[in-house]
Every structure is written in structure tokens, then in C-alpha cells.
Design a protein around this ligand. Sequence first.
Ligand SMILES: C[S@@+](CC[C@H](N)C(=O)[O-])C[C@H]1O[C@@H](n2cnc3c(N)ncnc32)[C@H](O)[C@@H]1O
Length: 239
Amino acid sequence: MTDSEFLHSGDEKKTQVQSMFDGIANRYDFLNHFLSLGVDLYWRKQSVKALDLEDGHVLLDVACGTGDQGFAALKVADIEVMGLDFSFNMLELAKKKIDKRGLSQKFEVVQGDAESLPFQDNTFDALSISYGIRNVGTISAALSEFYRVLKPGGRLSILEFSEPQGWFVGRLYRFYFDHILPKLAGLMSSKSAYTYLPESVRHFPDRSDFKDLLSSEGFQHVSHRDLTFGITAIYRGVK
Ligand SMILES: C[S@@+](CC[C@H](N)C(=O)[O-])C[C@H]1O[C@@H](n2cnc3c(N)ncnc32)[C@H](O)[C@@H]1O
């Protein structure tokens, strides 16, 4: 697949993204930590903080992939986590990791679509999605589902890559994302996925447009916080 063949919204994009993640699942964790130089652990921790989790809460982690966001959340409070993803292969890895850590009583995963969540209204105390919202077919459809399944007062935390705003960091970032990262990933035969990555970040709404989207879906107290020079941002909202 070449750069220009990537779609940036719609149902066809979903099919592309699903097969892309099914294809890279086995290398995903390694590439994730390696290509982010391990900083992803810090980003996840900050996203968990934004959820204000308390013992007894039930968290839905959408686009859970291999489960790392859920594991980070389980470290801060005695909660239950429901992970949802549409990639079968990513979920199989999540299940193995859950079993290996002896967390099967606390962490369950289910295959499903972020845009049509298989849960009743007002079910979850908190909802997280990390590096997933950029990949869904229709962002507003997913946000509307997040709002529906959260309990009133429930917290939303969205972790997503963003384009840094400073001139110097912006140039460094683009050089790394556009030239270094696809080459590194290409060495591990995941080139198309890591060409898609910068491409999809570029097509993601900017911070203020994304916050407007959250507000228009009904979320209150919407805010964002840039992390690591703005290459990642956390968006928060409350139902
Ligand atoms: C970059 S990975 C992030 C995985 C995990 N959240 C993490 O932080 O490592 C994106 C994940 O989103 C999932 N995904 C993308 N679109 C989805 C959708 N519409 N419904 C469910 N999962 C989706 C993919 O299958 C993939 O596992």
C-alpha cells in the first residue's frame, strides 16, 4: 500500500485500518516502545491520571489494542477494565498478556467497533482511548458513542498524537515522522503502517477543532494538555 492509497475517513478506511493492525499485531508492542523511545509509558500514565479513577470504577478502554492502556489504569486503583478493539489479532495478544499477569478477573476484552459500542447507555465510570481516535472511520460517530455509554459525570480521556506547534520541534518531529520512522519500521517490514502514522496525524483535527467536536457531542469541561513538546496531547471531557 502506498501513501496516497490511505483513506482518512469512512467505512473503507475502517477495513484498511483493521487489516493493518491485524497485520502488525505481532510487532506492535515492540515497535511502539522502540519507536517512541519508551516515552509511551509516561504518556499512558498521564492519560490515566486524567480519568480520576477510584476503587470500584469500571473503565472502558476503546481501541485497546494489546491492552497497555488498561494495564496502566489497573495500577492506580482497584478497578475493572473492559477493553474493546476490532482487530482480532491485537485482542489475542491482549488476552495472552492479561492471563500472563493474572488479571483475568479484572480485565476483559471484546471485539467490537468504536462507532457502534455493544454496551448499554450510562454503563461506564470512565472511558479512555489511546492512539485510537485518529484511526476510526468517523470521529463524531465514535465520540457520540463514548458519550452514550458513559455515566453522567463520567470522565473521558483521549490520548492522541498531534503536530507540535513550535518551529524547531515541529521540524524535528516532521523529519523523524516522515523520514526516520518509516525507514526504521520498514526494516521491520511494517513500512506502510508507519507511513500511515504521520499521514493520519496530519489529517487529524487540530487541538481547538477537536475540542469543539467534543463539546458538540455534549462533553463538558473540555480541555487539552500537550505532552512532550506537543507531539502527543491528552483531551479531557466530562459527561
Ligand atoms: C495505534 S493502536 C492503539 C492501541 C492501544 N490503545 C495502545 O495505546 O497501544 C490503534 C488501535 O485502534 C484499533 N481501532 C481502530 N479503529 C477502530 C474501531 N473503529 N473500532 C475498534 N478498534 C479500532 C486498532 O485495531 C488498533 O488496535
